[in-house]
Structure formats: C-alpha cells, structure tokens
Design a protein. Structure first.
Length: 674
C-alpha cells in the first residue's frame, strides 16, 4: 500500500521553482536543503527563533580518504555528487553518488539523506543512509560542521512579511563542547548518534543528526533515538492530511494534470496552517513561511481569496476563532497580524474589511449563522465610511500602499474594486438582516445598489469598455488591471459591461500559456514583468483560480476552464503555489516569497466553481455543475450539514449523489437540497 504522504510528493528534478523557494515545514519549524548538496542544510526558522544564516555541512572519509559534500561543480574528484531530490510535506529526500578510483582503489557509495523539520521543538533532524558499493570492507566516518551564523530570538509580535535578519554570532559552550553554540539569547545544539561505521560490501549504515534551538542556557535532551523526532513530524503530517481530506472533497479526473494540480493547491493551503502552542490561535493561517518570511497572517490572502475553502479546513469552531482573532487584533486598523495577534502598520490594504466579511459569510453558509457576529460585521463596514473621503457614493481608497502596490501610477484613489466589494458586503449584510428579521435590511440593500450604480455611472468608460480610476484632482486613468474582474464578481456590471470585460480574456492580453497577467500585455502604460503579482507578466498566486471561479459563478464555463487549465503545470512543476508566478513561462520570480496560502484557491475554484457547489445562508445547498468540454471530473465527499455529496461530471452530463444515493442524472442544471 502506497504512503499517503507520497500522493503530495514532487520529484524536484522536474521543478522549475527557484532554489531559494525549496523548503519543508513541520508547521512548527521550517528549514531548507543547502542547494547542490546531498546532506547540507541551510537555515531554520521556528518562532521565536530565527537562524536564517545557519548551515550544517557534512564531509565524509572512507578509510581516511576525504569525500566532500559541497556541491562542487568542477570536474575530476568533486566529492559527493547530487543526483536528485523529492519533496514531501514532511521531509526532503535527496540522493547522491560517489564513484571514484583513488590510489588504485575504488570508493563507491550511494547516499540518501532525509531532512525533516522538528515539531514541538525548534530545529531539524537529518538522517543520512550510506550504502557501500566499493566491493570490500570500508570504514566510513562522518564529519559534521555546524556554522550557526547570526541567530536571534524574535518576539512573536515582530514576525512580519520578510524573514527576520540580524542577531549575534554564537560561541562555544563548555570545555570541548564542540556541538553547542550560544549567544545571549539562543543556544544551538548539534545532536548526533554514531559518526563512524565499519561497512561490509553492500551494507547500509544510517547516521542520524539533529540541530535544535533553545533559549540560552537551556538544554534540549536527545531522545532515545533521533529517529523519534522525525517520526513525530511524519505523524503530525499524516494527521493534518487525514483531517484535510475529510474536510475538503477529493478529486478524481482523467484530464491530464488536474488531479495533481488539485492536490498541489490543497497542500499550498496546508503548509500555511502552522500549529504552535505559543501562537494566539491554532492553527494559525500564515501567508507564506517556507523561506522564513510571511510567518504572519494577511486577511486578504487567507480570509479573502480562500475563505470558502479555509472555513472547511478549519471547521466551525476554529473559523470562529479566526474571526475573533482578526477583530481583536484590529482588522480595521492593520494590514496583517503576527502570531501573537499584534497588528502591523496602520490602515493599509483596502481589501481587509471585505476579507473579514467574506470569511464570516463563508462561515455562515458552510456551518451556520452566528447571530452575535452581525453587529461586529456592521461596525467593520462603517469604519471606512467614516475615515475615507467620499466622492458621492464611492470611497477614495488612497494611494498604492492601500491598494495593489503597483510600480506605476494608475490604480489608485476612486476605483471599481474595492468599491464593488463594499457593495457586495452591504448586500450580504442585508441578507443577514433579513435572516435575523431586522428592519434595516432594505436600507442596506439600497446602499449597495447606490454604490453599484455609481461605479457604472462614474467609473465605467463605455468607449474603452473598461473602468477608469478617478483621482482627487479630477484626473482619470485607464488601467487594464485584472482587478476589474473582481468588480464583475461582485455584481457591479451590466451584461454589456461583462461582455466588454471578457473580450480582454484572450492570449496576448490577460492570458498567457501558464496563467493570467495582472495587467494586460496590451496596456503599454502599466505593463511590466519584474513585479508580476500586480504589475503584469504574471499574477498573485490565487488570482488566476479566483478568476476561473468568477467565470463559473457568472455562467461562463468554457472561459473558466480555459483560464484554470493554464495553471495545471503547477501540479507537476512546483511543490506549492508561490506568492506569484509568471504567465508566459512555468516559473516564479526568485525575489518573492516561496509560497502563499492563496494557492488553495485552485481547489476552491473546482469545488465551488466547476462543481457549482453553493451553500446558502438558510442551510439549503445549490449544486449546478458546469463541466469542462473534455474528460471526466468527480468531486467526491463534500460535507454539508450532516450529508455528503458527490458530483460526477463529463461534457454535457452530470450525476449528483447524496449520502450514497443518486439524486440527479442528466444535463447539468441547478439542483436544490434542503
């Protein structure tokens, strides 16, 4: 029987991810292989400890003959040669070979290392398995070299978007204590079992090491076997995967690449659900984390982009905890939150309040309404009404820092989105008021209608067939930003506007072979390729799948599938969805974060878009499948209010199964379940 963790494995020989994007997490610690080596390790982050400069290197000696493991790219005897690696959620497995004649003798070894970040403690474990292929007895000795570099203990409230830098160097502790280093804050300890083995021909020997980070003066006792520490991480990941696969539906399809993409999307969300007893909530949805940066929470990325999928993964109680976490931390005052709930920067992203309402709405539809949250949602919406400048019914959201952080002027001040999100929020609040028998529902609905009408009348340019941004001095800027499609999703567009917007979803404009571009390539004023997430040449990790979901939601399935299938390469090329990726080649920019929780949007788009699963506020479930015009797709095990649903799709046909009994068979159409 295959290992379930292997379902999410990726052969890194096929990966196009930058070397600095490859890491592995226990959801407590994160570490990375030293590029080009078979056994080296680079960096470790485990709040509160930051050791980004740390390096562990191993050299070997066979009968006293030195064998280095440095990633030497020269010729002749270059030491241990890297032969490939496999990424799994719980470890990175690397392979290497050494086969060289020295002084008339053949020295030949197969080397396999397993790098495992620790859980329940800061650090990592390294197992190195060596097979003697030399044809005779050989004494193999290992020489670990630990260089901690500068290490810091960073308070939980100071973990932000970038990896913590700085710290001080460590000194040896105790007489002859080669394996212990310490500064005024942190102790780094190298643990190991045997470092020498007499090996017969064909024999395999396993050498185990670990590095732990503790407070200065605090020891971290080794277990009976260092293998136990690695097993803890493996078991944690098995539990995480079991719970996730019970919470989110499974996907089966004969469309090449779709299953792999769905799994890669799911794992992109799971590697961001850190579980640490010192964090304010457990699990804590971080934005990134794989490279030590982004071990904090951005509401727009988590609650906004993937709110529907995240409420399923977290469940009812933990979703409520996340809502309380955002409100108590100051969702109306801060751009992001550190693991202890500390807010970062005053009012920044204009999408944060929508993200909060969106996550609450997703919670209410999936798990049931929480009436006591209604006044909190209403208060949050009123914040922007009071602090921002009004232009009639529309709000001026300020400059780039509050919006898309583009690198050229254009998408600023009075814009269609997030004004359209604001209208959506008032509509949802009106529905909630109706559900709770509150008299203000009509007033809220009228406000939403006035905002949408103002977007159409004041920002839409019928000649250009696009939205314009309006500046305080009256300047109007036409910018072909993908954000216009969020305004479409929020119901701000007439049919004529929708047709005009969708005419730009074509190759050479917003579409590329490998995804979507955040700025149309036809927009010569604003398009560039060095900042893909919002300035063009690619897009933010979750943007393409959300666009596909939008297109399914408005009944454009052919175009939705055309958009989503351009992302299927990710399933075979990247271990997790990066912060952003290019749209014209299957790669990600090395200077941005290695991963992002919004990558979960791919799975969300399939479930709530293609399969058409739409939970309602009143507990009803609507299912309107919109299958692609190729292949078979089955979404299996969607759990809702005590029932489980399977949606089986093929071109022009679908079957819906509830609790094992078929309830519909025929041409795809909307079905309602009480």
């Amino acid at each position: 029987m295959s290992d379930p963790l292997d379902l999410y494995a990726l052969d890194l020989r096929r990966s196009t991810a930058p070397a600095n994007h490859i890491g592995v997490t226990s959801l407590y610690s994160v570490t990375a292989p030293l590029h080009g080596t078979v056994s080296g390790v680079k960096g470790c982050f485990s709040p509160p400890y930051a050791a980004g400069e740390l390096q562990l290197r191993l050299d070997f000696a066979a009968d006293g003959v030195p064998i280095e493991d440095t990633g030497n790219l020269g010729k002749r005897d270059c030491g241990l040669l890297f032969a490939g690696a496999v990424w799994r959620p719980d470890r990175i497995v690397r392979r290497g070979t050494y086969h060289w004649l020295k002084e008339g003798k053949l020295y030949s070894f197969r080397v396999v290392s397993e790098l495992v970040p620790l859980t329940g403690r800061a650090g990592f474990a390294l197992a190195v398995k060596v097979t003697n292929r030399s044809g005779r007895n050989v004494t193999l000795e290992m020489f670990p070299s630990l260089e901690p570099g500068r290490v810091r203990k960073v308070p939980l409230g100071e973990w932000k978007f970038s990896p913590p830098q700085g710290g001080t160097a460590l000194e040896r502790v105790g007489v002859g204590a080669e394996a212990v280093r310490e500064n005024e804050e942190v102790r780094v300890t190298l643990h190991h079992e045997r470092l020498i083995a007499d090996m017969a021909p064909g024999e395999e020997s396993v050498f185990r090491l670990a590095v732990t980070l503790t407070d200065a003066g605090s020891e971290c006792a080794s277990p009976a076997s260092l293998a136990n520490w690695a097993e803890e991480t493996e078991e944690r990941w098995r539990d995480v995967l079991n719970r996730a696969e019970a919470a989110l539906p499974q996907l089966e399809s004969d469309i090449p690449g779709l299953e792999a993409y769905y799994r890669r999307s799911l794992i992109s969300g799971l590697v961001c659900l850190w579980d640490h007893p010192a964090f304010k909530i457990r699990p804590f949805p971080v934005i990134s984390g794989m490279d030590g940066g982004g071990i904090n929470n951005y509401p727009w990325d988590a609650a906004g982009y993937v709110g529907q999928a995240l409420t399923m993964l977290l469940g009812d109680e933990r979703s409520r905890n996340y809502l309380r976490f955002m409100e108590e931390g100051g969702i109306d005052r801060h751009i992001s939150f550190a693991p202890d709930g500390t807010g970062d920067e005053p009012f920044a992203y204009s999408y944060s309040l929508w993200a909060f309402v969106h996550f609450a709405w997703s919670l209410f539809c999936q798990h049931g309404v929480v009436p006591e949250l209604y006044p909190h949602l209403k208060r949050v919406l009123e914040v922007d009404e009071k602090r921002l400048t009004h232009r009639g019914e529309l709000l001026d959201y300020g400059e780039h820092h509050h919006l898309l952080e583009m690198r050229g002027s254009g998408y600023e001040h009075v814009v269609a989105s997030p004004n359209a999100e604001r209208a959506w929020c008032y509509d949802r609040l009106a529905e909630l008021a109706d559900h709770l028998d509150l008299a203000e529902a009509s007033e809220l609905r009228d406000k939403a209608a006035r905002i949408r009408r103002a977007i159409r009348e004041e920002l839409w340019d019928p000649e250009a067939g696009w939205f314009r941004s309006l500046y305080p001095d009256g300047h109007r800027e036409l910018i072909y930003s993908i954000q216009a499609y969020d305004a479409l999703r929020m119901g701000a567009c007439t049919q004529e506007m929708e047709n005009a917007l969708l005419s730009h979803l074509r190759d050479g404009a917003f579409l590329g072979d490998c995804g979507v571009s955040s700025i149309s390539a036809e927009d010569e004023l604003h398009y560039e390729v060095n900042d893909p997430d919002w300035s063009g040449g690619g897009s933010f990790g979750g943007e393409g799948p959300i666009l596909a979901q939008t297109l399914w939601e408005i009944g454009r399935p052919e175009l939705a599938w055309d958009v989503l299938k351009r992302h299927l390469w990710i399933g075979e090329r990247l271990p997790y969805v990066p912060q952003e990726h290019y749209s014209d080649r299957p790669m990600a920019p090395a200077h941005k974060r290695a991963n992002n929780i919004s990558g979960l949007a791919g799975a969300q788009a399939v479930v709530f878009g293609m399969a058409g699963i739409r939970p309602q506020l009143d507990g009803r479930l609507l299912i309107h499948p919109q299958p692609p015009e190729e292949g078979n797709v089955s979404v299996i095990g969607y759990a809702y209010r005590g029932h489980r649903y399977d949606v089986h799709m093929e071109p022009g046909f679908c079957r819906i199964v509830r609790d094992g009994s078929e309830t519909y068979r025929g041409v795809p159409s909307s079905q309602t379940y009480d």
